[in-house]
Design a protein around this ligand. Structure first.
Ligand SMILES: C[S@@+](CC[C@H](N)C(=O)[O-])C[C@H]1O[C@@H](n2cnc3c(N)ncnc32)[C@H](O)[C@@H]1O
Length: 240
């Protein structure tokens, strides 16, 4: 990532995956840019499957109604809306002010980094996180923060994209994700952002490594579920 003459963070470049503070600034700038049409592009490029995946994550929390659920990296608030409809009390948090400004939810929203949440320890019943794991600078500190805010017995349900295990599906998916998504995103929104998004999957550690990180952060019952033939994945676990 570079900065322009005015010092504003530039969007990430698909040919260079930034790290550390550079990555955080680039990710925030990218989501600020694509926020106005983020929901539209999501629905089109996933054929609305993203809606079902979020609802599946909420069911997997397996929490009673009126539970307080933090939706980390809530973006435009889709998961908050579904949590409310499921009878929960959501709170959203996101790094991108542009995404929060485009949100259509009545849930309280926090603007800031999910690595340092302004939430007292042990006060949250559940945490959801949709398609954002690969956007964090580092997963272990993020998981430590989730462990801190959750009460013992609290649940997490973390969604992200995945590579299908079946080789034929993986081939078709890589063409769709690598070629069609940047095309659709470029036509409807920002081309460089939607070129970067498929590449950003490289940030995701191997599933076994993610599961090990979750357990190390203080969670039991760590499970990974593949959704829609493995183009999406859901990690669930219970706070020890
Ligand atoms: C692909 S969007 C997902 C939005 C939403 N969860 C959904 O399901 O559509 C990723 C979101 O992660 C947010 N994000 C990235 N890094 C973050 C961080 N360190 N703390 C909080 N939010 C972050 C971005 O601003 C963006 O809104």
């Amino acid at each position: 990532m570079t900065t322009d003459a005015g010092g504003t963070a530039a969007l990430p470049d698909a040919d260079h995956l930034p790290e550390g503070e550079e990555k955080a600034r680039a990710v925030r700038a990218m989501f600020d840019t694509i926020a106005p049409r983020y929901d539209l592009v999501n629905r089109i490029m996933t054929f609305r499957m993203d809606v079902g995946w979020r609802r599946r994550a909420i069911r997997a929390l397996d929490l009673g109604t009126r539970s307080i659920v933090l939706d980390l990296a809530c973006g435009t608030g889709d998961m908050c809306v579904d949590l409310e409809q499921g009878g929960h009390r959501p709170v959203g948090a996101d790094l991108s002010f542009g995404m929060l400004a485009a949100a259509r939810t009545d849930a309280p929203l926090l603007h800031g980094d999910g690595l340092a949440l302004p939430i007292a320890g042990g006060t949250i019943d559940g945490v959801t996180c949709g398609f954002a794991l690969r956007n964090f600078v580092s997963l272990p500190p993020m998981l430590d923060e989730l462990a801190r805010v959750l009460r013992p017995g609290g649940r997490i349900a973390l969604l992200d994209v995945a590579e299908p295990p079946n080789p034929i599906m993986r081939w078709g998916h890589s063409i769709y994700f690598g070629k069609a998504v940047p095309l659709i995103g470029g036509l409807l929104s920002d081309r460089s952002a939607y070129r970067y998004l498929p590449k950003s999957v490289a940030y995701l550690p191997a599933p076994v490594e993610v599961q090990r990180m979750i357990a190390t952060a203080g969670f039991d019952d760590v499970e990974r579920t593949l959704l829609s033939g493995g183009i999406s994945q859901l990690y669930t676990a219970t706070r020890r």
